[in-house]
Structure formats: structure tokens, C-alpha cells
Design a protein around this ligand. Structure first.
Ligand code: HSE
Length: 315
């Protein structure tokens, strides 16, 4: 019998939290991401045949790899008799804070959905991809997978039931994104967070999240900068990222709209109103992190679309 055709899907890197939106706010980047090929198989269940671009660090086992776990979840709810084979190509560094595990899970569910002809809605795809996050870091947080599926800038106001709200993206929003060469495990970055916060901290954080949504709806970048202050995760995590505080201070001094940690870090991003300004901020980030002994890689990016099939359609 002729082998079933491969369907290839791409899912983008994401920047989550965006200051005050811990676990409930994220955006999709236009640039880098992960790619997954999926094809139907005659044997039920999920088999991950190959992972590349990970320097051999990721597990192939279907119950431990985020892409395979996400597809297993999808099959469990929507195609329990089906079989799927997967191949994952990592374009994103591991432990970077750029939604690397989320991108693998999202590319996998989008490719599997297309291979099976299910045509599931975004909420179902996000629900399945979230399970991949659970094996990656112990928490099925949605703020990477929701924007990785939907694209743009996304708020997740409710987990049970899952609700996602696409927010407006400011006209001139440029990001300088830098990943220092000092990986941080999301699990560790979550474990160090306090379990309780003083009431004024909670009030400030809620007020800033409200201001952020208002800034997006009014296309006001200066207001966005004022809103992008994180009193919940950043203070606890700054110590995990050598050079972060100096880099942030230098970017703000140079006129960045905002500068904070991307997701669990160590990636750090600064916001600017133009490509030129973002490029200048990227140089500052590079200089600061290199000076701190954790040189890495960075790029300038904008908000982009979500996961999509990139191979030719099936006939
Ligand atoms: N919201 C999550 C966190 C994102 O900050 O832990 C992890 O990438």
C-alpha cells in the first residue's frame, strides 16, 4: 500500500506574560518557530519517529515528548481509533522562554488535524497543545500555545472552560528579542515563584493588566510601556538571568517602550516603535548579556500569524 502523505505544519515562537499578564497573555512572533510533519498510520496511537535540531536533548517517547503528547490528547478526544506518525524539526532553542515546547505542540496538533481531515476549531487545538506543556514543565499554561495557534496577541481570561480573546495589535510594535546563552528550565522558573502575594501587589498587577488592554485598544504605545510592569514573576526570576537587570535598565535608559522577561526566560525583549529603534535596542541587549558572560542570539521581530499547514494541500 502507498505510504500516507506527510502534512507539514509550522508554529511560531511566542512571547508570553508581556509584563502583567502572567499565564494569561502572549503574542506570536513573525519569525522563528518549529516544524512538524504528520501522517496517518494504520496502527492506532502516536509514534514520534524523529526529532532534529535539538542536539539529541528531547525524548522520542510518545508519553514524554510535548509534540507527541499533544497529538495523543487530540486523538483521545477527537479520533480515538486513529494512528499518527510525527517528525519534529526544532527551529527554537530549548529552555529559552520563547514558547519552544508550545511551538512543537502546536505544529504537531495542526499537522495531525490536517492529516486526519478533522478541521478542528482553535479552542480544541489549544486544549490539546496545552497537554504538551504539562509534560514539558508540569503546568498546562495556555499563554504560549494560545497565541501560537491563533497568532497575534491573545488574552486567556478563563481556563475552565477555555476562553481566548484576540486583542488588537498596535500599529508600530517592534520587538528586540534576545536569548542569552544560559537556559532556564520553565519548571524551575515556576518553582521559585512565591505562593502568596501582598494585596497591593495583586492590585497593581491587575490595574496594569487592565491598562495594557486599554493601551492595545487605543493603539497607544506609550501607555503600553507604562502598563508593562510585572510585580509577580519578574522580581523572583531576575536572579535566574545573569545580566537581566542591567540590560533592562540600559534599554529603558535608551528609550525602550518596555523591557521585560519573555515567558519564563531567559529571553528578554524590548519594545520599540520602529525597526531602527528595535535594532538599536538589540545591540544594547547583546552588549549587556555578552558583558555578563552569557552571550546568546537575538533578532528583531513583529507580531505574526499563528500555526499553519505549510505543505501542499492534499487532493
Ligand atoms: N507563563 C509561563 C511562565 C510561560 O511564565 O511560567 C512559560 O513559558
Amino acid at each position: 500500500m502507498a505510504p500516507h502523505p506527510w502534512i507539514e505544519a509550522f508554529a511560531p515562537a511566542t512571547v508570553s506574560n508581556l509584563g502583567p499578564g502572567f499565564d494569561c497573555l502572549g503574542l506570536a512572533l513573525r519569525g522563528p518557530g518549529d516544524t512538524v510533519r504528520a501522517r496517518t498510520a494504520d496502527v492506532p496511537g502516536v509514534r514520534l519517529l524523529r526529532v532534529s535540531g535539538d542536539a539529541g536533548k528531547l525524548p522520542l517517547a510518545s508519553d514524554r515528548n510535548t509534540a507527541a503528547v499533544a497529538v495523543q490528547q487530540l486523538l483521545r478526544h477527537h479520533a480515538p481509533e486513529a494512528g499518527i506518525e510525527l517528525e519534529l524539526t526544532k527551529g527554537l532553542p530549548l529552555g529559552s522562554g520563547l514558547g519552544s515546547s508550545g511551538a512543537s505542540a502546536c505544529a504537531a496538533v495542526v499537522a495531525a488535524d490536517a492529516a486526519l481531515g478533522l478541521n478542528l476549531g482553535a479552542t480544541h487545538l489549544i486544549e490539546a497543545a496545552r497537554e504538551g506543556e504539562r509534560v514539558a514543565c508540569g503546568a498546562a499554561h495556555p499563554d504560549n500555545v494560545a497565541p501560537a495557534i491563533l497568532g497575534g496577541l491573545v488574552l486567556i481570561p478563563s481556563l475552565h472552560p477555555l476562553r481566548v480573546v484576540a486583542l488588537p495589535v498596535p500599529t508600530d510594535l517592534w520587538l528586540a528579542v534576545y536569548t542569552p546563552g544560559h537556559p532556564v528550565a520553565t519548571e524551575q522558573a515556576r518553582a521559585i515563584l512565591p505562593h502568596n502575594y501582598p494585596l497591593p501587589t495583586v492590585v497593581h498587577q491587575a490595574a496594569r493588566l487592565g491598562l495594557l488592554v486599554h493601551a492595545l485598544h487605543t493603539d497607544d504605545l506609550a501607555l503600553l510601556g507604562e502598563a508593562m510592569v510585572d510585580e509577580v514573576a519578574e522580581p523572583a526570576r531576575a536572579g535566574l538571568i545573569p545580566g537581566f537587570l542591567a540590560a533592562k535598565a540600559a534599554c529603558l535608559e535608551a528609550g525602550a517602550v518596555a523591557c521585560t522577561i519573555s515567558g519564563a526566560g531567559p529571553s528578554t525583549f524590548a519594545i520599540a516603535p520602529s525597526r531602527e529603534r528595535a535594532t538599536a535596542l538589540l545591540e544594547i541587549l547583546e552588549e549587556c548579556f555578552t558583558g555578563a558572560g552569557v552571550a546568546g542570539r537575538g533578532h528583531v521581530d513583529t507580531v505574526g500569524p499563528g500555526a499553519r499547514v505549510v505543505s501542499a494541500p492534499l487532493h
